[in-house]
Design a binder for this molecule. Structure first.
Ligand SMILES: NC(=O)c1ccc[n+]([C@@H]2O[C@H](COP(=O)([O-])OP(=O)(O)OC[C@H]3O[C@@H](n4cnc5c(N)ncnc54)[C@H](O)[C@@H]3O)[C@@H](O)[C@H]2O)c1
Length: 316
């Protein structure tokens, strides 16, 4: 029931009011936090997953929004008890932990979804039908610094959202990574710029910062005859298409399209999709394998940042 766990509780509470789910309780070893959220959303507070499950064996699904280093421990105890899980991003702190999550989910036949929220952003969903063969991405995710408990660097904290989206859009293996990153305020990498080249020839430039003076959430990409611009924050998409008309010599005509979008809170859409997968026992939209892929790329980027820092004699 930290900063993000409370958001999950709020969404389950709203779904409970719509009648589709019953919010049994919230868990936090910091019992004052659990008590306060339980009070706010009219459910029970527990100091541990074990305590919750011994009192309420009927629990079927849970969100795991503990610090990333504890995802495996908490998600494993839930899955071993037969509970389906929505695990926050990044999936885990290492690939070995991610692999263990994949193994435990398979062994206990659990539905396990990863909290890559932007997949459920209406702007991203409206873009999927337009994607053909993206060749160049320019991505910016900039946040204003807020002092909070940061157990991970900006690549695992923020950039991983865009890594997952670009991996989904491109569907090609990574060929080469160039990266620079610096700690500014937190002691971990707070700003990073990365160039990823894919086997398909596509190139993606990512910038992520949590020490910016403005908040920006934009992904722009080009494919033959088209430029597509997504604003995650405003939940809108613009599609610029070039047409040449009948005469090949005529000046290009640029048409601007704006796919219609019904605004929805991505976390609400994510939790609804998770509960649908739980109910129908079907594969979740964002699988553990997807979460592992995004994590693997993020960890390779971090290794590249360290190599680059070593080459130029600074600390990353
Ligand atoms: N999807 C997103 O956009 C998004 C945004 C923010 C955070 N997150 C992710 O959510 C997770 C939590 O982040 P946060 O910012 O809320 O962290 P936080 O530090 O604010 O909260 C974590 C909470 O987990 C509690 N906790 C520790 N051990 C526990 C255990 N064994 N069982 C139950 N609770 C336990 C802590 O007491 C704390 O209250 C992280 O993985 C983070 O990356 C995702």
């Amino acid at each position: 029931m930290g900063a993000f766990g409370r958001n999950h509780a709020r969404v389950y509470h709203s779904l409970q009011q719509a009648g589709s789910v019953r919010l049994v309780g919230v868990v936090d070893p910091d019992t004052s936090r659990a008590d306060s959220v339980a009070h706010e959303f009219g459910c029970k507070a527990f100091g541990s997953v074990f305590q919750m499950l011994t009192t309420h064996s009927e629990v079927q699904a849970a969100s795991v929004a503990v610090p990333t280093v504890l995802h495996l421990e908490v998600a494993r105890s839930l899955m071993e008890a037969g509970v389906d899980v929505l695990i926050e991003k990044p999936l885990a702190a290492s690939l070995a932990e991610a692999d263990e999550l994949v193994r435990v989910a398979a062994e206990h036949k659990r539905i396990a979804q990863v909290g890559h929220l932007e997949r459920f952003n209406p702007a991203v969903r409206a873009t999927l039908p337009v994607i053909r063969k993206p060749m160049f991405f320019e991505v910016h995710r900039l946040s204003v610094f807020t002092p909070r408990a940061l157990d991970v660097d900006v690549v695992l904290d923020l950039m991983i959202h865009d890594l997952d989206i670009v991996l989904t859009f491109v569907q090609s293996q990574v060929k080469e990574i160039r990266a620079v990153g610096l700690p500014i305020l937190s002691g971990k990498v707070d700003i990073a710029n990365v160039r990823v080249e894919f086997e398909s020839g596509c190139v993606a430039n990512f910038t992520a910062s949590r020490v910016s003076t403005e908040r920006v959430r934009k992904l722009r990409f080009f494919q033959e005859g088209q430029y597509i611009s997504i604003d995650y924050g405003r939940q809108d998409v613009l599609v610029f298409s070039v047409g040449r008309g009948e005469q090949p010599s005529a000046n290009p005509q640029i048409q601007v399209g704006k796919p219609s979008i019904v605004a929805e809170e991505p976390l609400l859409a994510e939790i609804k999709a998770f509960l649908e997968a739980v109910g129908s026992r079907t594969d979740p939209v964002v699988s553990l394998e997807d979460g592992r892929k995004a994590l693997a790329l993020a960890l390779e980027i971090l290794a590249e940042i360290v190599r680059h820092a070593g080459r130029i004699g600074v600390t990353a």
